[in-house]
Design a protein around this ligand. Structure first.
Ligand code: GAL
Length: 839
């Protein structure tokens, strides 16, 4: 072990520098100035002054803020805005400026700014000189500041973003919504994303790490360079362990102003494989020498694992079949909007894991890099996706407007950024693209080839809509793995998969469901109010299906690798079935006949007349606030079959349904269950083949207690009780932790529930709740999971929705606590909790 190294790491961490290496990477998130022009939050327009990039612009009156920042999540929600982008005022022109100094001693250094993503149409200037641009708001990009840096003086970076010329089918967010870092290097250094580690051989006794290195020489003269590679073990907290392999110095001749590539193989004895339960990682540490002087150290985490998509036995990880139990998710973090926060993202992934989700589809765009890092550490498989459309758009000014000029660059960026992550198992070039119906144009093939230029080790896919129409036309042979959206009905049909497997060229093609289900519900609503969808989990849009439908298809056809459910979390925008536009209803227009199309249009007109307040989706297994819906337990019962569990729905607080038929469903990982109402058995039910929920459809409502006792192989397996509760008299706080770091990023999520006098959560309570934070911190957002609620997320007062409310607490940067959260509701005893600051 290298104790000295740990001290260096701890010190670098304190400085906000890279965790491992000696490369100088500093956090560039703090102290920006921001001003918004063009469309304002209230719909008025503020003319954009000329030349805001100029060095001398007086920005002292601009708003001071830290990034990541999403100007749109600040709202307010506006009923007149489109539901499909969340009724939030995301369109506008945003300017960000940041002042910083560069020491006169650094005259010979190179300076780069790395943006993880800026929404959208980013243009970047340093001291009034343009240094770069990147229109696609989801792409990471680097700009080279070096030519215009002022040494020993004030420097100004200016960034202009324009979301007015940008089209999206969901809420995209707006602003510099991901991290930015300042990278300082010597003239000779590893190129941007310039290390690619592949693992061509993995056995129990040894593995080979094949390390490809690209080094840049920014000097005016040729350089005799050298490099070495060392491989270390890396633990889950990013602490470096034993060195397990290394090279001697290897020479590189670097011409003036050029870059050179080289590769080297290293043998690692007894490799620890990365898998979903044991997320062993290694670190490839590349050291670069200019003559004999060490000038750069560049670190790349990676893992040893094999992946194989088979046509007859699904997906194999390290040679073993792993069913893909995945979810699709958009990039927003609910009440926090699109601004990346690793703690909030980690919470989402923890919740997904808790019901057995083991795979993520980054629908439909490049994710924040933190997602890959967390997936590596937490054990998820990732389908890393690029685009929602190619040459033919779905919305005005969407990616189709950028495709010709930018698609190769955007592919290169994503693949080079993410190709060392063991969690990434495939690249997806698109979703429900028009070109799937035009195989002769070969767009899918072209994109597959572009991806393989940068990574030949993983398959390429895209999500095909209506695979029954497009999968047999040849497009499916232009990718490596066949992604099918909503295709449960066709996997086994004589016209499809049977034929599909036997068709020439299809012998080795494997398939999986790139999108499944699309079941809709509002948490806790069973006989739903206006603009809500019942939580009996029986509502699907025309193109979708119920979870059970997909389960049955996958059970019948185990050759299919698994599914990505639409969606894990509710997300901002796309509030189908209460969308007030054509974004989803007419998604599949090309595949519909005239009669179906007319029906869809009629449905749309009706919705438009009602102008619903719905602003976020109903598709999630979990609601926008992170509270599980009933469906959560249906997936848990299937995806974690060894976890003893049983869940009853609905709740049992229906004073208006006295004597009325009120169906009761039971989700269990057992194979049968007995249901009791007030101690009286309503019978035992067993899951029949291809049945996944147990239903008692004719229960007559009477208040009291519902109890379900589940059995597995005739043994008692789990028990659950649901009771009619009294009225809400108390507030209960359930935080996800009780201490917080004052690092400007850490968050505590506090669930507030309303309980009766006996402590039972009241599932229908909608009391108005307020919270206050005393101390050096803030409640930065609240939510309740109600997709129709138009109260801004920053408000600390809102009603509970079906019994629950969420407060998100952050400590002020660098403060020392403690923080004190007070939660109140009229007529109820107030609740309080202390949150300690971690050192
Ligand atoms: C799919 C589409 C997704 C989402 C979903 C809603 O067809 O690929 O992006 O719109 O429908 O069900």
């Amino acid at each position: 072990m290298k104790c000295g190294f740990f001290l260096v790491i701890a010190y670098l961490n304190l400085l906000g520098l890279s965790a491992w290496g000696q490369r100088n990477v500093s956090n560039f998130d703090r102290d920006w100035r921001f001003a918004r022009f063009g469309l304002q939050a209230d719909g008025t327009r503020l003319p954009e002054p000329d030349s805001l990039e100029a060095y001398e612009v007086d920005d002292t009156s601009w708003r001071k803020l830290d990034i990541p920042h999403d100007w749109a999540i600040e709202g307010p929600f506006r009923i007149d805005l489109d539901g499909y982008t969340g009724k939030l005022p995301w369109q506008g022109i945003g300017w960000y400026r940041k002042h910083f100094t560069v020491s006169a001693k650094d005259k010979k250094k190179r300076f780069y700014l790395d943006f993880d993503g800026a929404m959208a149409n980013a243009e970047v200037w340093l001291n009034g000189k343009k240094v770069g641009e990147r229109p696609f708001g989801y792409s990471s990009f680097r700009v080279d500041l070096t030519p215009y840096v002022l040494y020993g003086a004030d420097n100004v970076v200016a960034v202009r973003l324009d979301t007015e010329k940008f089209g999206s089918r969901w809420y995209p967010g707006a602003g510099i919504y991901r991290h930015v870092r300042l990278v300082k290097t010597e003239p000779v250094h590893v190129a941007h994303w310039g290390v690619f580690v592949t693992t061509p051989e993995i056995t129990d006794t040894y593995a080979t790490a094949f390390v490809h290195v690209e080094v840049e020489n920014n000097r005016q003269y040729a350089v005799k360079g050298q490099y070495t590679v060392d491989i270390y073990e890396l633990d889950a907290n990013d602490v470096i362990g034993e060195k397990v392999a290394s090279t001697t110095k290897r020479s590189m001749f670097l011409d003036a102003g050029s870059s050179v590539e080289d590769s080297v193989s290293l043998r690692v004895e007894s490799p620890k494989r990365w898998d979903l339960e044991h997320t062993h990682r290694y670190l490839a540490c590349v050291s670069v020498y200019d003559k004999n002087k060490l000038v750069d150290v560049y670190d790349t985490p990676f893992g040893f694992r094999t992946i194989l998509f088979t046509h007859d036995n699904g997906f194999l990880l390290n040679g073993k079949r792993v069913q893909i139990n995945g979810t699709c998710n958009h990039h927003d973090l609910g009440a926090l909007g699109a601004a990346i926060n690793k703690v909030a993202l980690e919470r989402q992934l923890r919740i997904l894991k808790s019901f057995g989700c083991n795979a993520l589809r980054t629908s439909h765009n490049p994710p924040a890099p933190e997602l890959l890092e967390l997936a590596d550490k937490m054990g998820f498989l990732v389908m890393d996706e690029l685009f929602d459309c190619w040459t033919v758009g779905k919305k005005k000014n969407d990616y189709s407007a950028l495709f010709d000029k930018w698609h190769e660059k955007d592919i290169e960026t994503l693949v080079c950024r993410d190709r060392n992550h063991p969690s990434v198992i495939m690249w997806s070039t698109g979703n429900e693209v028009h070109e799937q119906y035009e195989p002769e144009k070969g767009v899918a093939r072209h994109l597959t080839e572009v991806v393989h230029r940068f990574d030949h080790t993983r398959p390429v896919t895209f999500g095909a809509s209506y695979p029954s129409k497009s999968a047999m036309n040849g497009t499916e042979l232009q990718v490596d793995v066949h992604g099918m959206n909503y295709a449960a009905g066709v996997y086994g049909g004589p016209d499809f998969y049977g034929k599909f497997l036997n068709k020439e060229g299809h012998e080795h093609l494997s398939g999986y469901s790139s999108e499944s289900s699309s079941t809709m519900s509002s948490r806790g609503e069973y006989f739903p109010r206006k603009h809500h969808v019942s939580s009996y989990d029986l509502t699907e849009p025309g193109w979708g299906g119920l979870p059970d439908w997909e389960f049955a298809a996958l059970d019948k056809y185990p050759a299919i690798c698994g599914e990505f459910v639409w969606t894990g979390f509710d997300y901002l925008g796309e509030p189908t079935p209460f969308n007030s536009d054509a974004s989803v209803l007419l998604n599949h227009a090309e595949a519909l006949n005239r009669e179906q199309l007319a029906q869809e249009k009629e449905a749309l007109e009706k919705i438009e007349k009602n102008r619903p307040t719905s602003r976020s989706s109903y598709f999630g297994i979990v609601d926008l606030a992170g509270f599980p819906k009933d469906r959560y337990y249906l997936y848990q019962s299937r995806w974690l079959p060894d976890l003893p569990m049983v869940h009853i729905l609905p709740h049992w607080n229906f004073p208006d349904r006295m004597g009325e038929v009120t169906p009761v469903f039971v989700y269990t990982s057992g194979d049968e269950a007995e249901l009791f109402l007030n101690g009286k058995s309503l019978g035992k039910k067993k899951k029949l083949p291809y049945e996944y929920r147990l239903r008692w459809d004719d229960v007559i409502y009477k208040p009291g207690e519902l109890k379900a006792v589940a059995y597995k192989q005739n043994q008692k397996w789990a028990e659950a009780v649901v009771r009619t509760t009294g009225e809400a008299v108390k507030l209960k706080l359930t935080p996800d932790k009780t201490s917080i770091k004052a690092d400007g990023e850490d968050l505590v999520f506090v669930k507030v529930s309303l309980t009766d006098k006996d402590g039972n959560e009241v599932p229908t309570a909608e009391n108005v709740i307020s919270c206050t934070l005393v101390g050096t911190g803030e409640v930065i957002a609240t939510d309740n999971g109600d997709p129709t609620c138009l109260i801004p997320f920053q408000e600390t007062t809102r009603p509970a929705f079906n019994g629950l409310y969420l407060a998100i607490v952050k400590a002020r940067f660098g403060c020392n606590g403690p923080l004190h959260l007070i939660v109140e509701s009229k007529g109820l005893e107030r609740a309080e909790m202390k949150i300690m600051i971690e050192n």
